[in-house]
Design a protein around this ligand. Structure first.
Ligand code: ATP
Ligand code: MG
Length: 374
């Protein structure tokens, strides 16, 4: 049997980027041979194994054929006869279809190295169209490698367009799509992910609300870019992406089954980002409403995330003042005042239940009135 290093590890080494996980390909072996060598199978009917010591993934060479709509609609054929070339041709991009043998020499039947040098993301074969997830993958790689000058090949973009127009993207499960979206949002230039999806008409299928918004207003892309520049966490980036979609945020959240933290912040930022805009002076009662809505007393971090998202919105819209983002400091200070109201003294006065809630509210309001008048 021959063992090759494949996929991202080969690509990223050639690019001089850090390699996170290594995938291995085994040619000329059977399931039984692998098990006899101590490799642990990852699943019953999937020809992938875990190395007993390193924990890295070893996959038997296989061919794939589409057998129906959606995922799961794939049949694998793994056998010792499947060659390296046959395995590599089922992969998505030429730069992902290179292998390295045990001596470190490159096996590159589909000219991935040439495309890597030319900074081109190009599909390997027409079989690319068999898995619509590849549209999202290419957009994600475009986002990741944009700083290196990569772009999607014209013929690959055309194929992505055909896949999008066919409606096949609708067959993707929320889980598979979200995994790509999540990883893409965490790249250095997530706005490129959205732009590429738009260029190939996939965004119209996946997030029609955002696609329509971008037709007339591109600022969301700049907001997302700022969120990445400032290394915001996933949920803040998601809230930045969806902040201007109003009533559609709920539907988008649910369509991709976004994690709870993402859903929650997106809804709050969508509803409340206007309160944090430039030259906007809030009344004490508005401030209180905002702080109560965020439950800043028990959820201080969520309020910080809101302020961060609002700052990215202001930056993306180029509404930032010279001294930075004073609205953030202002809201934080207001939260401090409301939090400083002493619950204990109210309890000691014998207040409970609804009466306590009302007293707390009016003391906080009074504190915020002093704050706004100061
Ligand atoms: P990353 O750095 O994001 O892990 P990667 O290229 O290693 O990038 P993986 O998702 O780990 O991506 O997959 C490993 C390899 O398997 C890819 O390089 C590619 O050759 C192949 N591959 C993975 N998913 C697909 C897919 N949906 N269609 C075609 N080939 C795929
Ligand atoms: Mg990988």
């Amino acid at each position: 049997m021959q063992i090759y290093k494949v996929g991202g590890a080969v690509r990223d080494r050639l690019l001089g980027r850090p390699v996170s996980d290594v995938d291995w390909l085994v040619v000329g072996a059977t399931v039984e041979q692998m098990q006899a060598l101590g490799y642990r199978p990852v699943g019953a009917d999937f020809p992938v194994f875990i190395h007993p010591k390193t924990g890295e993934e070893y996959a038997l060479a296989r061919t794939e054929r589409k057998s129906g709509r959606g995922y799961g609609g794939f049949t694998f054929h793994a056998s010792p006869e499947v060659t390296l070339e046959q395995d590599l041709i089922r992969r998505d991009l030429t730069i992902n279809a290179m292998a390295e043998d045990e001596h470190g020499s490159l096996c590159d039947p589909y000219h991935g190295k040439t495309d890597l040098d030319k900074r081109i993301l190009r599909h390997v074969s027409p079989a690319f169209a068999e898995d619509p997830l590849r549209v999202l993958r290419v957009a994600r790689f475009a986002a990741r490698y944009a700083p290196l000058g990569f772009r999607v090949a014209e013929e690959t973009l055309e194929l992505m367009r055909q896949i999008s127009d066919s409606g096949e993207l609708q067959a993707l499960t929320a889980e598979r799509s979200w995994k790509e979206i999540e990883r893409a949002l965490m790249e250095d230039q997530p706005q490129v992910f959205i732009q590429v999806l738009r260029d190939c008409a996939a965004l119209k299928q996946l997030m029609p609300e955002l696609d329509t918004l971008l037709d007339s207003d591109q600022r969301t892309l700049a907001v997302l870019e700022q969120a990445a520049l400032h290394q915001q966490p996933l949920h803040v980036r998601w809230a930045c992406l969806t902040h201007d979609l109003g009533g559609a945020i709920k539907a988008i959240n649910q369509r991709f089954k976004a994690p709870r933290e993402c859903q929650e912040l997106a809804l709050l930022v969508g509803e409340c980002h206007g309160y944090c805009q430039q030259d906007y002076t809030l009344s004490a009662s508005k401030l209180l409403e905002l702080l109560q809505k965020f439950d800043v007393y028990r959820r201080p971090q969520r309020f910080e995330d809101y302020i961060a998202a609002c700052e990215m919105i202001a930056r993306g819209r180029q509404q930032l003042q010279e001294q930075g983002y004073p609205q953030g400091a202002y809201l934080r200070a207001a939260a401090q005042e409301a939090k400083a109201v002493d619950v204990k003294s109210l309890v000691e006065r014998g207040l409970t239940g609804q009466a306590l809630g009302e007293a707390l509210r009016s003391e906080r309001l009074a504190a915020l009135e002093r704050f706004t008048q100061a």
